[in-house]
Ligand binder design. Structure first.
Ligand SMILES: Nc1ncnc2c1ncn2[C@@H]1O[C@H](COP(=O)(O)OP(=O)(O)OP(=O)(O)O)[C@@H](O)[C@H]1O
Ligand SMILES: [Mg+2]
Length: 329
């Protein structure tokens, strides 16, 4: 079995972006601009009414990190549950083409997870998500064998909405001796798991990643005191990253703080996926035994790339330049 540097665990979500006229929103339920969870039936009905086919990409938080890390040269794999439709095949095939080991995907006889962004002429995005097959990943689907020969396992925070599953997966990873990272993913995840998180972090996680909103809920500290918050995060596990958007990142380890500057993009097109791609750059550096500050600068290079694109993926043509910038550090 081939050695895997990094395995991601999360929901394999197909991101679909469709341009629609303002009047289209009148045909769907819910408010403009937000994100709402919908069922299979409603997703199909919206897809069926679109004026033109959507632009699709393989996404998901951990999924984005894994694809970028693979492009940088890490040997990667992924655990998540695909559906049984064309979207599932598209997702798996995309991963295979990028170079991800796709042997650990699970399948369910359900539609694949999909996040549909309806973009109106005013550039606003109205998101509707159907988690479909991805939600049915269960402890019975995954064993320690899925983590065999993996050096590091990266978990997306959304997994914590299913605690039994998350704990099972963390235990499997730990049993095989993987180091573990967790990106908290959203402040809702932290709020729902506020009591449990300190124990999970202490027992399983060696690298914690949070943005300001997530860190504020976890530490109970004010968002305006980022250094204090970053140091407080450091009490939960070995190495912690606090992402501060256009203010860069703060990494805490062994009671010391490292400030990672942003590669500032003045007018970002769309900041979706900034944290996910930042982490791919960081993990690439970290798993190749680079100092934290160097790994963080790799992260900043990737974060700056993705905010110049619509959506969470970085186009093929940019990777030569990204690798040149990394080599120059
Ligand atoms: N305007 C920007 N210009 C350049 N780089 C940026 C910009 N915004 C974010 N980044 C980079 O991306 C990193 C992570 O972004 P951010 O702090 O927004 O994470 P996040 O809130 O977790 O993002 P996400 O919405 O993807 O979860 C930042 O530390 C920075 O390096
Ligand atoms: Mg994030």
């Amino acid at each position: 079995m081939t050695q895997i540097d990094l395995i991601g665990i999360g929901a394999p979500i197909v991101d679909s972006v469709a341009q629609v006229p303002e009047t289209f929103l009148a045909q769907i339920s819910g408010a403009k601009g937000g994100m709402e969870l919908i069922n299979d039936e409603i997703m199909f009905s919206i897809l069926g009414k679109l004026p033109a086919p959507p632009v699709e990409a393989s996404g998901g938080s951990a999924g984005n990190t894994i694809q970028c890390a693979t492009r940088l040269g890490l040997k990667t794999s992924f655990i998540g549950k695909l559906g049984n439709d064309a979207a599932a095949d598209f997702y798996r095939e995309n991963f295979r083409k990028v170079g991800v080991d796709v042997t650990r995907f699970k399948r369910a006889e359900l539609p694949n997870a999909r996040c549909l962004a309806l973009v109106t002429p005013d550039s606003q995005r109205t998101m509707r998500t159907n988690l479909g097959a991805s939600l049915t990943l269960s402890p019975a689907d995954v064993t320690v064998d899925d983590f065999a020969n993996c050096r590091h396992a990266h978990f997306e925070g959304y997994l914590l909405f299913n605690r039994e599953l998350a704990l099972h997966l963390l235990k499997c990873a730990k049993q095989t001796g993987c180091s573990i990272s967790l990106d908290l993913g959203s402040h809702e995840v932290v709020t729902a798991n506020r009591e449990l998180l300190p124990q999970i972090l202490a027992e399983y996680v060696s690298l914690l990643v949070a943005n300001e909103d997530e860190a504020a809920v976890l530490t109970g500290l004010d968002k305006n005191h980022s250094e204090q918050t970053a140091l407080a995060l450091g009490n939960y596990c070995n190495t912690t990253v606090l992402n501060l958007g256009k203010n860069g990142s703060l990494i805490a380890a062994n009671g010391e703080l490292h400030r990672i500057p942003v590669n500032l993009v003045e007018n970002p097109v769309d900041t979706t996926g900034a944290g996910d791609s930042w982490l791919a750059g960081f993990l690439y550096g970290w798993l190749n035994n680079n100092p934290l500050a160097v790994s963080g600068r790799y992260g900043a290079i990737l974060g700056a790339e993705v905010v110049q694109q619509v959506g969470a993926s970085i186009p093929e043509a940019r990777w030569v330049e990204i690798k040149r910038q990394i080599a120059a550090i």
